[in-house]
Design a protein around this ligand. Structure first.
Ligand SMILES: [Zn+2]
Length: 320
């Protein structure tokens, strides 16, 4: 029997031991190399593009020789104003990419021995960095599967049967229920969105799927509108899951990962952050065949390419 990729030695190329053995200097060098790959980690001024800078080594900062602008390796990126050591940031990235179904932020705070709030913001910044690779704005091509799955807004039934209400009725719902609509190429990318109703997926397909593509969907009636724009294959899930190659199993597999992430790690997700968990699951899904060293490198590179977060920079200062 063929061995599963994640069980093979080839999938393990990075360890926490290696990160901490390398120490702060090696971790810092990794961030520099990922921020400025074109110069092998030599600083480039973010203001004027000059490649010549004085090194202020004691503070790990640079001063541009041309315009005197002072900057650091994380200036203008998602890790701007970081307080955590580079070695801990790298360890956090390693922990995040090793967790195939995500990791709870309490667990991350225990592993890194930092406050829960720090872990919460750090994990969300990393999800924002992953989203750079997921939400590229490029249209999907080839064979694209579309489906939706509902998350959140669970209503606990009352203890006594006589007190229980019909949880399907709108007046008994919390208003926190959302649907994740995912478009997934059979070979390629996964593109998730958050909406109020699954039917909104047709408009999302209009914006994000190439007209030459073939689309697969299940029997739900709102997908009938897809036939106007594409060649569509349908499969009736009440009868079978795969009808001679007509199926939506790839997109279901994405939902399976997201469901396990929400049920097993986060337990509760608020509608305002659901899209980031969906992006996280999509990133893991699309990169599932890479070893963990490659995943960590990608995530560092994504972080160095991601702009300062409008949502997460100074989050707790604002919340206080
Ligand atoms: Zn400059």
């Amino acid at each position: 029997m063929a061995q599963h990729f994640l069980l093979s030695a080839a999938s393990r190329t990075l360890s926490l031991r290696a990160i901490y053995k390398g120490g702060e200097d090696a971790a810092y060098a990794t961030f520099c190399e990922m921020r400025w790959p074109e110069t092998d980690g030599e600083a480039i001024c973010p203001k004027c593009g000059c490649c010549d800078a004085y090194k202020i080594t004691t503070r790990r900062k640079f001063k541009c020789k041309a315009c005197s602008h002072q900057f650091s390796v994380t200036s203008g990126t998602i890790f701007a104003s970081r307080k955590m050591d580079f070695v801990d940031l790298l360890a956090a990235i390693c922990i995040m990419v090793n967790a195939a179904k995500g990791v709870s932020m309490v667990q991350l705070s225990r592993d890194l021995d930092c406050q829960y709030k720090t872990a919460f913001v750090l994990a969300h910044k990393l999800r924002e960095a992953m989203a750079q690779e997921v939400q590229t704005g490029e249209v999907l091509t080839g064979h694209v599967e579309i489906d939706g799955a509902y998350f959140g807004g669970h209503i606990r039934p009352e203890n006594v049967k006589a007190d229980r209400v019909d949880r399907r009725l709108k007046e008994h719902q919390t208003g926190k229920r959302r649907v994740v609509i995912a478009l997934r190429e059979r070979v390629g990318r996964t593109l998730p969105f958050v909406a109020m109703a699954e039917g909104e997926g047709v408009a999302l397909a209009n914006e994000n799927v190439c007209r030459m593509a073939t689309v697969s969907a299940d029997e739900a009636s709102h997908w009938d509108a897809l036939h106007a724009g594409w060649e569509v294959e349908r499969v009736n899930h009440s009868e079978l899951y795969s009808d001679h190659g007509k199926h939506t199993n790839m997109v279901e597999s994405f939902f399976s990962r997201l469901r396990r992430m929400v049920a097993g790690q986060h337990h509760h997700v608020s509608p305002q952050y659901l899209h980031q968990y969906a992006n996280h699951a999509a990133w893991l899904e699309d990169n599932r065949r890479f070893d963990n060293g490659e995943l960590a490198h990608r995530l560092v590179a994504n972080s160095m390419g991601a702009p300062v977060s409008r949502n997460w920079k100074g989050y707790w200062q604002r919340a206080a």
